[in-house]
Design a protein. Structure first.
Lengths: 475, 1099
């Protein structure tokens, strides 16, 4: 006790004086010198400032790598696939898949009765604009930077332009007219009106033309992996867009450029090897990054028990001609006591720690079918038949021989159905672009089908937050 | 040895007393101690004694016989006394002692049940140099000096004040004059001056509730003299409630603050709203301060791993029973000194400290049982099957194995109450608290420790365990100039929960669903049974360590002038693991490995607040006090979230090293710095006119260059009109009356750090082995401080000698320059950007409080209190609302709580589907936005609480009712599928349309994607069908205790022993359509009903 009291007595005075001095110093400094310095903080250690990203070649390249990482990462759905991906949703919307889900979100696609508040629609919309925003930021960052080397600048602008074009292609095909954001300035973007499909395509084409001119000729700079776009990836997408736009000469020309690069692309002889990683048929693939998985499409499509997501429709199974090898190789069937369920079997690895399949985004056989269609529409029947029969031959089917343009066109359409099923919504988009959706789906999807169902609704949340955004008719 | 030390602490003045006597006395003392309760009662009953020329010690014996007080004295002391003659009837102990000691050379003080006898230190000073001078010393009941007390002559108001030793000199006081001794917090005394020119004056602490101290941050005042609005809850009320989060203890007890609990699981998040919603999009949390150290209200838990509905509230990291008081600062006068962070009010938490006196040990043990307070009444199998068949019939469809496994594949004779199966268990609570406290006049200490375990309604596999230590030491130097308080709170919390709240899946599970487990004990997945119980295999664990430490040093430089510094350091660490084993998946998925998420986060914060305080008085009437201070604070927050995959065995999931692949999900680091200069000027004239001015200049690193600093200030005035002669003459029944008003500004900086910087963050996964960068947010360098201008007018009245107290206040807060994450369309790539909105939001309301000490007697004591809050929120201004992103959300002149929705008018008796009010006359009724209406408001119209506390002999009973009038979200919102589709429904759907002509509230059942399906979806997501009355009256707390004290406890050397029963959330009266009107989330476990029993022991 004594010690304690004496201690407090002596130290009290000493501390008090120190303390008094400290207080006065601090208060004076706080009051008069201002404390701007004190409250200045460094940028967070785990992130880097936007301006710094484009000051260095490697960091700038990481910005574009980030987009693929997101596309393939666990928040990526649209491209990565699975039961939230576009292949799946468009398969439900068209006549490829039957839904076995108990989730209204998925069933609304299957029943062509999408609600404005469907959360999958909202997330597809959000996801694509996120990639577009990243691409816009990269293009602006590169253009504003004086410190990047020219090859890196070209590479970045090329890839970013390609990514932007790719995403807008799907935006217009899902929603029709969409807001065209080509800068990262939110002050402009937050009040964008919808641009016409034509003007969006105009931007898409100019982006792809630019990408063609800037991207590398081969995949060598990607360590010979086909997981990033090269010049021909841009050409391949351009070919598709020209076909959609009715510019058949250009469509033929672009698909021809891809097809004729036989050093790079060849049709796989074996149907089982088409979807393997870096397959010789691949023009662009996405590398799965989430551990434990190969493609999400395989994970969700391959059935080991009664389906809880989706299975292939009878319409599709019946579409295969007798002897079509694709029915046996690219689809499979699960027999259960309650029924037999067909499922897509293009990807064969449901899940594994070793990755042997990449997600196929663009492949050569589509280019043959584009060229076939473009040639047929230019009345070059013979050459068109050559392209079509090449694909048929590979599938063990006999060649088609005809002089009738319409017959040929419907044969090509049918071939697209059996060749490209559950890939990237080709069936859905084909029915829409050829204006046959009402005829075909009006029967198979009765009674729910309405002509307005060809377009998905603009997410309600977007209508709320962008005051000038209008809704599609029918919603 | 221990006892000696303890005794020294107790009574340091007795150094000279011989050891043996002292020991003897202590032993005696321990043998005869009585309970405090008993003592207090006897004292109130009064003492009668009659002595005629008796030895002084006889008085002691008589008093000890009649009361439970015991004298502590030495024989030496008694030897100096003289004989005593005295007669008193039914007098208080103080009165009796005063009379007994009047002419003795001894003095006394009461410490709990002990009357400590001391030698009068200051005997009459013989030398009086000046004629008619009066000297003296003013002290409290414990003989501690009272500095600053006023001694005035009643006749001409000439006055002086006491110094630090409590001493005073008043010149020229003729014999027979009356002097008045007064001080805040003490009873006034009048003394007639006789021959005695040295007065030893004891002042009694005033018992009026008005003189309770209230802390207003950097300073404190009494309720009587407060110019601002502060609500307070003390330890006594907190301890009555078996709660694990201090916020639960406030529910229903205070006006102006609405608290709701999100879920009944341990660690639940709380929504705390003080005087309404001031900010449009974010930042409506109050500012929390614990022992002077700012405390973050945001959970550190990773959003990636954490339990979906938990959210967490770090205040569960404070042990409620360590809290001495919680003060809620509401108006400008009270909050402006916290400037930029006080727009939404301030919650000040002060932890307990030791009291001088005998060292006592408090032990509190309790056990509790909690259950989900209400299960939603769902359809049984028969009703369910009927619904399904009716839906198929309505749609003209035939059930198949694919679209109706529940009808065709499952055993339709099964009927399971899935709610009971999933969360029908009893959660067990056990709680042990122990503390030791005591000290001398100069040093007090308190050390406490507590352990709390709380299991969940999911069963014993999931539980929360907490252990905490609380320490507080206060020391005052012998010259009473230097004071230091050191405190530390440390808590470790381990919370185990299922990874997801399965409530939604359970509610939707058909009652005929197959058994959970197969005969071999594994999960049953057969026949398309998407087994929700798999979620119980995925576990979430969060470990939280929380340290709050603080030191307050003050030194008195000159009389009235002191320097003070508040130093604080807090550190919180969380470690989370979320494990998903392969067994949680349908084996059909053939998953190669389970996976696990690991998240670690920490928040370190320090604060230094030097302050200078000066108090002085002019012409005895004018009291001034100044405060000038600075504040420097830094927070560093870090977090790392990783995901492991490729475990060779499910048993290794908690070990990240056992994963073959580790993915970085997120890593973050933020630094926040904060700097302020603040001041206060208070003027008090005769305790009648009060002015309080506070100001603050703040700088925060959350703002971009040039926008970092802002000024805030407030003025509060008070007029205690009952001090005016006019009122004293004309309204003598009014014991207290005050009118007060305040106006001022405060701000809000509850925004993300670095919002002004454009930043890129590492992407989650490398691509081709290269790591990527992605834009983390949109930046805006131009936003500045949000400002909230608060106005308050109030009247406070006391009647029946302050037994009845009434407070009425009106407030009007206007928040402008709204600082929000401005919502953007996703076209911009992000969902929001930090910005200022040109909106002005008004929260106005009325708060009423009444407390009435109905009966005050020794046997029966009855207190009641009532509070009510009526609040209105309005969007006053918003230039450009019509072209803004908020145009379909808000309406000028209306509340922010409105929801713009289609109005469901009912079910068509013809078609059996919902009808909507058609505003634009095109016959549709669901045109967006033309048919939207703003008639629905999702908030409380009024709310309050009513409590009664009774004490009858040894029994105490406390009952608190909470009442809330509100509209809320009912079961229809986002919880159930469309009625008729696969999935169970609440019984409410039985009131559905069946055939043309039916009048019903629920539309017809449908199984398919029909018009009825679309209409139901629209009605319950964009229509107002999901909004209905959610008012309730809830018996929030009931507490019954019995004081078991008696002779036997005395023999057992216990000071106090009581046994209690407590109930939390006991009964609810409501018409709410859903589970619980408080959380309004049918898909989360509602707050539990908890009953607990415990024992409290003081040694």
């Amino acid at each position: 006790m004594k010690f304690y009291q004496s201690y407090s007595h002596i130290s009290a005075r000493a501390i008090a004086y120190l303390f008094h001095a400290l207080t006065v110093i601090v208060l004076v400094s706080a009051g008069f010198m201002g404390c701007k310095k004190f409250i200045t903080v460094d940028p967070p250690k785990t992130q880097i400032a936007g301006a710094v990203v484009f000051n260095d070649d490697n960091t700038a390249l990481a910005a574009v790598t980030g987009i693929y990482s997101q596309m393939s990462g666990s928040s990526g759905n649209f491209i990565r696939g699975g039961n939230q991906g576009f292949s799946y949703m468009a398969g439900l919307s068209s006549d490829e898949l039957i839904s076995f889900s108990t989730t209204p979100n998925q069933n609304e696609f299957y029943n062509n009765s999408l609600s404005k508040t469907n959360s999958t629609i909202a997330s597809l919309w959000a996801e694509l604009y996120k990639y577009i925003f990243s691409a816009n930021s990269i293009i602006e960052g590169v253009n504003a930077s004086s410190k990047l080397s020219t090859p890196v600048k070209n590479q970045l602008i090329g890839e970013a332009s390609f990514i932007r074009a790719y995403n807008y292609f799907y935006m217009v095909n899902m929603f029709g007219d969409v807001p065209l954001a080509i800068s990262s300035d939110y002050e402009i973007n937050r009040v964008l009106k919808r641009s016409s499909v034509a003007s969006v395509y105009g931007q898409v084409i100019s982006d792809l033309v630019k990408a063609e001119s800037l991207l590398p000729e081969s995949y060598s700079s990607y360590r010979n992996e086909r997981v990033r776009p090269c010049k021909y990836t841009a050409s391949a997408l351009l070919a598709r867009i020209y076909l959609y736009q009715g510019e058949f000469v250009k469509a033929e020309q672009k698909s021809n450029e891809v097809i004729s690069n036989t050093g790079l692309y060849r049709l796989s002889k074996n149907l089982d090897s088409v979807f393997l990683k870096n397959s010789e048929e691949a023009i662009w693939q996405l590398l799965p990054v989430v551990p434990g998985y190969n493609t999400q499409d395989a994970f969700y499509f391959i059935l080991t028990a009664s389906p809880t997501n989706a299975a292939l429709s009878t319409t599709l199974i019946n579409a295969f001609e007798p002897g079509d090898l694709r029915k046996g190789k690219w689809t499979s069937v699960l027999n259960t006591p309650t029924g037999n369920y067909y499922y897509p079997f293009k990807y064969k690895i449901k899940s594994s720690n070793t990755i042997s399949e990449y997600s196929m985004i663009l492949r050569l056989s589509e280019q043959f079918l584009i060229r076939a269609e473009a040639r047929a529409l230019q009345n070059n029947i013979t050459a068109a038949l050559d392209d079509l029969n090449l694909i048929r031959l590979r599938s063990g089917l006999s060649p088609i021989l005809t002089n009738d343009k319409n017959l040929l066109l419907s044969a090509i359409a049918h071939e697209r159905q059996t060749e490209l099923f559950t890939e990237w919504g080709h069936r859905w988009l084909d029915l829409k672009r050829t204006q046959t959706a009402d005829v075909v789906l009006g029967i198979t999807k009765a009674p729910n089908w309405q002509p307005a169902d060809v377009l998905y609704p603009i997410p309600q949340s977007e209508i709320i937050s962008d005051p000038v955004l209008s809704q599609n008719t029918g919603y | 040895m221990l006892l000696t030390a303890f005794f020294k602490k107790l009574c340091p003045d007795l150094e000279t007393v011989s050891k043996s006597v002292r020991m003897m006395k202590i032993v005696t003392l321990f043998l005869f101690v009585g309970s405090m309760q008993l003592a207090a009662r006897t004292a109130a009953q009064g003492i009668s004694l009659s002595l005629n020329n008796a030895a002084f010690s006889v008085a002691f014996t008589v008093i000890e016989q009649q009361t439970t007080y015991h004298f502590i004295y030495t024989n030496e002391q008694l030897s100096t006394t003289s004989k005593i003659t005295l007669t008193v009837q039914n007098a208080s102990i103080e009165k009796v002692l005063e009379l007994c000691f009047k002419d003795q050379p001894l003095t006394w003080s009461i410490e709990d049940r002990f009357i400590i006898v001391k030698i009068k230190e200051r005997k009459i000073i013989a030398v009086t140099t000046v004629d008619n001078e009066v000297r003296g010393r003013v002290s409290n009941e414990k003989d501690e000096p009272i500095a600053g007390a006023t001694i005035s002559l009643k006749t001409n108001k000439r006055a002086t004040t006491t110094d630090n030793k409590g001493e005073f000199v008043l010149a020229d006081v003729p014999a027979g004059s009356v002097i008045v001794i007064s001080n805040v917090g003490f009873e006034l005394r009048e003394i007639t001056i006789g021959n005695n020119r040295y007065l030893n004056i004891h002042l009694n602490t005033v018992v009026s509730a008005l003189d309770e101290m209230v802390i207003k941050g950097y300073y404190s005042t009494s309720k009587r003299l407060n110019t601002g609005n502060v609500s307070k809850i003390g330890a006594a009320d907190i301890e009555k409630q078996a709660v694990s989060n201090p916020l639960q203890a406030i529910q229903g007890r205070m006006p102006g603050i609405y608290i709701s609990q999100s879920t009944g699981l341990p660690g639940a998040a709380f929504a705390v709203n003080i005087r309404g919603r001031n900010s449009i999009a974010s930042g409506n949390d109050p500012f929390y301060i614990i022992d002077g150290v700012p405390f973050t209200s945001a959970s550190l838990a990773s959003t990636y791993t954490s339990f979906s509905t938990l959210g967490g509230n770090p205040l569960s990291g404070i042990n409620p029973t360590d809290i001495e008081s919680i003060e809620i600062l509401k108006d400008a006068d009270a909050t402006a000194i916290y400037g930029s962070r006080a727009a939404n009010g301030v919650i000040l938490i002060t932890t307990k400290k030791g009291k001088s006196g005998k060292t006592i040990a408090d032990i509190n043990i309790n056990a509790g049982w909690g259950k989900v307070s209400k299960m939603l009444p769902l359809l049984n199998t028969q009703q369910y099957l009927n619904m399904r068949h009716e839906a198929f019939t309505n749609d003209g469809k035939i059930p198949t194995a694919d679209n109706a496994p529940d009808l065709l594949l499952w055993d339709t004779t099964r009927n399971t109450d899935w709610q009971k199966q999933a969360y029908g268990k009893t959660a067990h609570f056990s709680d042990v608290q122990a503390s030791l406290s005591g000290g001398s006049a100069h040093m007090q200490f308190l050390v406490g420790t507590a352990y709390h375990r709380e299991s969940t309604v999911f069963g014993n596999d999931f539980a929360d365990r907490k252990g905490s230590v609380h320490l507080k030491i206060t020391n005052l130097s012998t010259d009473q100039k230097f004071k230091i308080t050191v405190s530390a709170n440390y808590i470790v919390d381990n919370n185990y929960l299922p990874l997801v709240d399965i409530s939604k899946r359970i509610l939707n599970l058909p009652p005929d669903a197959p058994p959970i487990y197969k005969p071999d004990g594994s999960l049953n997945w057969e026949n398309k049974f998407n087994n929700p119980f798999s979620s119980f295999l995925s576990r979430y664990k969060i470990n939280t360590e929380n340290l709050i430490s603080n030191a307050q040093l003050s030194y008195q430089l000159l009389p009235g002038l002191s320097v003070k510094t508040n130093l604080g350091f807090t550190e919180m660490n969380t470690h989370e693991t979320a494990t998903v084993p392969t067994t949680a998946f349908d084996p059909a998925y053939n998953l190669a490995s389970g996976y696990a998420d690991f998240a670690n986060a920490s928040l370190k914060s320090w604060i230094i607040e030097p302050q200078l305080q000066y108090q002085f008085r002019m012409q005895q009437k004018n009291n001034f006090s100044f405060l000038l201070g600075g504040s420097f604070q830094e927070n560093i927050r870090q977090g790392l979230t990783q995901e492991g995959y490729g475990f060779s065995n499910n048993a290794l999931l908690e070990n990240i090293a056992a994963a073959s692949t580790i993915t970085l999900i997120n890593s973050n680091y933020t630094q926040y710095k904060y700097n302020a200069l603040f001041g206060r000027l208070n003027y008090n004239r005769l305790d009648k006119y009060l002015i309080n001015i506070t100001a603050r200049r703040d700088g925060s690193s959350r703002f971009g260059p040039g926008k970092q600093f802002a000024n805030f200030a407030a003025v509060g005035v008070g007029w205690i009109f009952t001090k005016e002669h006019f009122f004293q003459r004309n309204a003598p029944s009014l014991s207290f009356g005050k009118i007060r008003a305040s106006y001022g500004s405060s701000g809000n900086d509850q925004i993300a750090d670095y919002g002004y910087l454009s930043l890129w963050q590492p992407a989650a996964y490398p691509y081709q082995g290269n790591s990527g960068l992605t834009p983390s947010r949109l930046s805006n360098a131009n936003y500045g401080w949000e400002r909230n201008r608060k106005l308050e007018l109030a009247i406070e009245l006391g009647m029946l000698k302050d037994r009845l107290l009434i407070n009425l206040s009106y407030y009007r807060n206007r928040a402008g320059n709204q600082l929000v994450g401005y919502p953007l369309p996703l076209i911009t790539g992000q969902s929001s950007v930090q910005a200022n909105l040109p909106a002005l939001i008004q929260n106005a309301g009325f708060e009423g409080e009444l407390s009435y000490h109905v009966l005050r007697s020794a046997i029966f004591n009855w207190k009641m209190s009532f509070n009510i809050t009526v609040a209105r929120n309005r969007l006053l201004e918003y230039p450009g609302l019509e072209i803004s992103n908020f145009k379909n959300q808000y309406v000028l002149g209306r509340s922010l709580y409105i929801r713009k929705l289609f109005h469901v008018t009912g079910v068509s008796s013809q078609s059996g589907i919902y009808q909507f009010q058609d505003l634009n006359g095109n016959g549709v009724g669901t045109d967006y936005p033309a048919d939207l209406q703003d008639t629905r408001e999702l908030t409380q119209k009024y709310f309050g609480g009513f409590s009664n506390s009774f004490q009858f002999k040894k029994f105490k009973l406390d009952i608190l009712f909470q009442f809330v009038k509100q509209q809320g979200v009912n079961y229809m919102y986002n919880s159930f599928n469309v009625p008729g589709t696969m999935g169970n429904q609440p019984e409410y759907v039985l009131d559905r349309w069946q055939k043309p002509g039916d009048k019903s509230g629920i539309q017809r059942f449908t199984e398919d994607y029909t018009t009825a399906y679309d209409t139901y979806s629209t009605a319950t997501s964009l229509g107002d069908a999901f909004i209905s009355d959610a008012s309730f009256i809830r018996l929030r707390n009931i507490y019954l205790s019995w004081d078991a004290g008696g002779k036997w406890t005395q023999k057992m050397r216990m000071i106090n022993l009581s046994i209690y029963l407590s109930g939390q959330n006991v009964l609810t009266f409501t018409n709410y359509r859903g589970t619980d009107p408080e959380n309004q989330i049918p898909t989360a476990i509602p707050p539990l009903r908890i009953v607990s029993a415990g024992i409290k022991l003081t040694l």
